[in-house]
Design a protein around this ligand. Structure first.
Ligand SMILES: Cc1cc2nc3c(=O)[nH]c(=O)nc-3n(C[C@H](O)[C@H](O)[C@H](O)COP(=O)(O)O)c2cc1C
Length: 289
């Protein structure tokens, strides 16, 4: 019996087999963790599932993307030099003017002339953009029926955000603006401007990359806010949480467009109040070398 035990090759060399199995399991574990980590890194960069898809596609078809590859005529810059003294006065006046911009959450229903809205959107469209791809679309909604649907979508999600999704800290941090999941301003304001970022566009049946579309759209939104203020209107910058896909569907926008911001725009209601807040002084927002 002892002889059989000693002559069985598997039993005699059990420690080699055990070591082999251990190495095999370690390699499997390493490969599993590596793939899990790289997937997580991707999802951190692109939260939206469709964006992950788009990102992966970009990685695979990088060279298949459309690009003009063409030169362009260069023309003399149209530029008028402002004397330094005048620049000091103008920049101060502009600062004081912009410092009066406030986010408004109570609107009158007075309509805005179409020409004013057109000029505001044209101004936003003067924004710089990555490789001049102009990756934005501004959807202007005046229809009461669509505004009502927008409100229903947002209030439905906001109630869940307030009650379940977001914690007490989030709710407490927003207390000073006195917002709730009921959003009267979505139907009160005469106009809603939806700012969509375009991840890519189609040229000759090929996708054209929109470099830095996020940054470009946010710069355009800043110019939009400035134009709204300059036209004597008020607005509310908002980012409807978890409503992007439903609003995109409602407004019939294509997959490559993602909602960046929603701005109700109009005139303030007569009894409009705003939080009494101050802005950081220059020394807290500027560093000089
Ligand atoms: C990206 C962004 C998202 C915002 N989202 C909301 C929002 O969902 N609801 C809201 O009432 N205010 C929102 N605000 C407005 C801020 O609360 C407001 O800008 C801030 O309190 C400063 O007030 P002011 O704009 O009057 O200077 C948002 C502002 C920014 C820039």
């Amino acid at each position: 019996m002892a002889n059989i035990f000693h002559s069985n090759i598997f039993i005699v060399n059990w420690h080699y087999y055990a070591a082999g199995l251990l190495i095999y399991l370690s390699v499997c574990l390493f490969l599993h963790l590596k793939s899990k980590y790289s997937k997580r890194a991707t999802s951190v960069i692109k939260h939206d599932e469709e964006e992950v898809e788009e990102y992966n596609e970009t990685q695979q078809n990088g060279n298949g993307y459309w690009h003009s590859g063409e030169d362009c005529t260069h023309i003399p810059l149209v530029y008028k030099r402002i004397p330094q003294q005048e620049a000091i006065v103008r920049s101060k006046e502009f600062y004081e003017y912009m410092n009066r911009r406030r986010t408004v959450r109570h609107f009158s229903n007075e309509p805005i002339p179409s020409e004013v809205i057109n000029n505001i959107i044209k101004t936003a469209g003067t924004s710089p953009s990555g490789a001049h791809t102009e990756p934005w679309k501004f959807v202007v909604v005046r229809s009461s029926e669509i505004k009502q649907k927008v409100r229903e979508i947002i209030e439905w999600e906001e109630e869940i955000n307030y009650k379940k999704r977001m914690g007490k800290i989030w709710v407490d941090d927003l207390k000073f603006v006195r917002t709730y999941w009921v959003k009267e301003y979505l139907t009160e304001a005469p106009c809603l401007i939806f700012v969509f970022k375009q991840l890519y566009s189609i040229h000759n049946n090929q996708k054209q990359r929109h470099y830095y579309n996020e940054e470009s759209v946010h710069i355009a939104a800043g110019i939009l806010l400035t134009a709204i203020h300059y036209a004597g209107l008020v607005s509310l910058t908002s980012t409807p949480l978890n409503c992007g896909p439903a609003l995109r569907k409602l407004l019939n926008r294509p997959n490559e467009e993602k909602l960046a911001l929603l701005l109700p725009v109009g005139y303030p209601s007569k009894d409009c109040l705003v939080p009494d807040i101050s802005r950081k002084p220059l020394q807290d927002i500027m560093v000089e070398f």
